[in-house]
Design a protein around this ligand. Structure first.
Ligand code: CP
Length: 321
């Protein structure tokens, strides 16, 4: 694997999940694979899990790690092409990317959606510039539209906890006070669509995701019907994608309906489902304390598997260098 951008970069999902299982059994088995190799992690946005788990994964493989927070200590970056640079942005990304990549072997990037211009976000303009101008393998640490390291960790977790060969997985929208990107939900649908499971997505009308990610899912607007018999409930907020009929809704909050908060009553309709969320989570907005603190909540185990997903991916990338 050269770049790791989405589920499409994984040719064999079963192989990847087995690799992850082996790495989890002995995460230091390849501790010399990354010797004298450097990972640069570039953050345009905040992070707790991605930063720590990816750094730990790289260290397990013997890599050197450098981290740059673009908004904390670096020059402000201009990302538009052809502009007169008379603002407070002192450096253009067209120089910054090749300079940063000259110091590393793999470059990892986190750059969220701006949520104002759908075509700019869905064309992945920032990530694409890193692929085009770095000359190095690029690792997606959550881009405008996808969060593949999270989804891979989610599947590793589901694989560990599933009791049935073909579990029912429900991805449910839940309320949030701020508009959030669709990246986690898109990615979860994309990865789970390639897994041996039934995927049901439930949300208020207007929150339909980009159809290219939900082709293998059933969309169920009746929330109670969606939860019936579920083995896993994955909660996430996302802002509107807008669809073809309402592109002006892109990035907007269309519902603040708190009845969509995941609580014990709705969980009681499931087959004693496990509760999942990528974190950070807004308690008593997305999920009640009672559900997230219950023994069926596996959010911490899910976050811990971020180290395993990152290490599996980095191992595959190092083997291609
Ligand atoms: N789930 C996740 O990506 O967490 P962070 O934003 O803290 O990295």
């Amino acid at each position: 694997m050269k770049h790791f951008i989405s589920a499409d970069c994984i040719t064999n999902m079963t192989y990847a999940l087995n690799e992850a299982k082996e790495i989890k059994k002995n995460r230091f088995a390849y501790s010399t694979l990354g010797r004298n190799r450097t990972l640069l992690m570039v953050f345009f946005n905040s992070s707790l899990r991605t930063r720590l788990s990816t750094q730990k994964a790289a260290m397990n493989l013997g890599m050197n790690v450098m981290i740059l927070d673009i908004n904390n200590g670096a020059w402000k970056l201009e990302t538009e092409k052809g502009v007169i640079m008379d603002s407070d942005k002192a450096e253009h990304i067209l120089e910054a990317i090749p300079v940063m990549s000259s110091y590393c072997d793999i470059i990892a990037v986190r750059s969220f959606a701006g949520l104002t211009d759908r075509s700019k976000d869905y064309n992945e303009e920032i990530l694409d510039m890193f692929i085009r101008y770095s000359g190095k393998p690029v690792l997606n640490m959550e881009s405008a539209t996808l969060h593949p390291l999270q989804s891979f960790a989610d599947l590793i977790t589901i694989e560990e906890y599933r009791k049935k060969r073909h579990p029912k997985i429900v991805l449910t929208w839940a309320p949030h006070p701020r508009p959030l990107p669709q990246a986690v939900a898109n990615s979860f649908a994309q990865w789970t669509g390639r897994y041996d499971a039934e995927l049901v997505i439930t949300h208020p009308e207007g929150y339909e995701l980009d159809g290219k990610y939900t082709a293998n899912a059933t969309i169920e607007y009746d929330r109670e019907k969606a939860f019936e018999g579920a083995d896993f409930v994955y909660a996430k907020n996302w802002s509107a994608y807008g669809g073809t009929d309402n592109p002006e809704n892109y990035g907007k909050i269309l519902s603040e309906d708190r009845t969509w908060t995941v609580d014990s009553r709705i969980m009681s309709l499931t087959d004693n489902a496990y509760f999942m969320h990528c974190l950070p989570v807004r308690r008593n907005m997305i999920v009640t304390d009672e559900v997230i603190d219950s023994p069926r909540s596996i959010v911490i185990q899910e976050a811990a598997n971020r180290e395993i997903s990152a290490q599996t991916v980095l191992k595959m990338m190092l083997e291609e260098l």
